[in-house]
Design a binder for this molecule. Structure first.
Ligand SMILES: [Zn+2]
Length: 367
């Protein structure tokens, strides 16, 4: 059958039942290279980001279940692009990514563990933990920004955390697949221990400290999405430690690891993630450049054309992904089995709820 033979289908269903039908396919990937920037921005806002919010909400629920932590005490959910009015991004519609993640709340007096270079207090934390969708696939990263002007002493606190907990962080990296970008230089060879790398980074004030999961390639099945969520939850203790350090409190990583071990279930690793084959399928950006050089306009997939025509709403009930959290589907008005064509005028937008109610034999134009 498949690689999941060690997991019963019942186990899979129990873990996935809240996830609905969130997945990301080649139409999502193709979105990033089309040259209709307005359609691209609308699709990211109306279809991609709402699905990614379902993903992060699922991760937040799992974090509450496994670690008994309420994320919203210290963190909030961020998204990019954020389409805020009056920002420069409003005019930069040629997006090649979408991310949804966690970062510390913008707050006065909460982040006493950090200080700015001039000694004043920090209101915005210089790191975030996010899911990202790019032309390459779906990824996770713990990203640090070092341009916010915190003092070296503040940055060094994060580095010291890595030095003190290198062994257990290594285990989290191994299980989650979320790997550090380890810097090296004079007196630190490319192949060194975690401790040697972080010591070198502290000594040389190199505070670039990002962690990445290699992107899972399209199509990203619901099982791959569930596995990404679990990997995000497994690596969460590192993000939580950053938050505790920022608050000026002791990290609680060992307690979180204990909770993780208590609830460990190998069935959460669905093994459905696949990786791009770089030599078999050329990079999609390269493909787009090739098409542009040959003056071929990349086709906007029928799905995006239909959603756009129908105003990003279910034609039967009017629900949208952005407002109501439903997933939109492409529906044949006259089914294929009755000779219906794959053409623009034979498709309509239905939400998952209405789509379930309409059987395959029922050729109804619901508009
Ligand atoms: Zn509907």
């Amino acid at each position: 059958m498949n690689k999941l033979s060690h997991v019963s289908s019942q186990q899979k269903l129990n873990t996935l039942h809240d996830l609905g039908d969130v997945a990301f396919d080649e139409d999502d990937q193709s979105l990033f290279v089309i040259d209709d920037f307005q359609l691209k921005a609308d699709a990211i806002r109306q279809s991609i980001l709402p699905r990614m919010h379902i993903v992060i909400n699922h991760a937040i629920a799992m974090i509450r279940e496994i670690y008994a932590i309420n994320i919203f005490e210290d963190s909030h959910v961020t998204q990019s692009p954020n389409f805020r009015r009056g920002r420069k991004q409003e005019f930069a519609l040629d997006y090649t990514w979408a991310t949804v993640g966690l970062s510390g709340k913008r707050a006065k007096g909460l982040w006493d563990g950090f200080e700015r270079k001039d000694g004043s207090s920090v209101q915005v934390l210089p790191f975030l933990y996010e899911f990202g969708l790019t032309p390459d696939g779906a990824s996770i990263r713990l990203k640090n920004f070092w341009m916010t002007g915190m003092s070296d002493a503040s940055y060094s606190k994060l580095m010291r955390f890595h030095l003190e907990h290198a062994d257990i962080i290594h285990s989290l990296c191994y299980r989650s697949g979320i790997l550090p970008v380890l810097q090296w230089g004079k007196d630190c060879e490319p192949f060194s221990t975690f401790t040697e790398h972080y010591q070198w980074m502290v000594d040389n004030r190199v505070f670039d400290n990002d962690f990445y999961l290699r992107p899972a390639s399209y199509p990203i099945s619901i099982h791959a999405v569930a596995e990404l969520i679990y990997r995000f939850v497994v690596f969460f203790p590192v993000y939580d430690s950053y938050i505790q350090i920022a608050k000026g409190q002791a990290v609680r990583i060992q307690e979180l690891i204990d909770s993780l071990n208590a609830g460990y279930n190998p069935a959460h690793f669905y093994m459905d993630i696949t990786y791009p084959q770089p030599f078999e399928s050329p990079d999609i950006i390269e493909k787009a450049r090739l098409l542009a050089s040959e003056r071929v306009r990349p086709m906007v997939s029928l799905r995006w054309q239909v959603f756009q025509r129908d105003g990003w709403k279910c034609v039967a009930c009017g629900r949208s992904s952005k407002t109501d959290g439903v997933i939109l589907h492409l529906d044949h008005i006259v089914p294929r089995s009755k000779g219906g064509q794959d053409s623009l005028d034979n498709f309509q937008t239905l939400c998952s709820l209405c789509n379930l109610g309409k059987s395959d034999r029922d050729d109804t134009d619901l508009r």
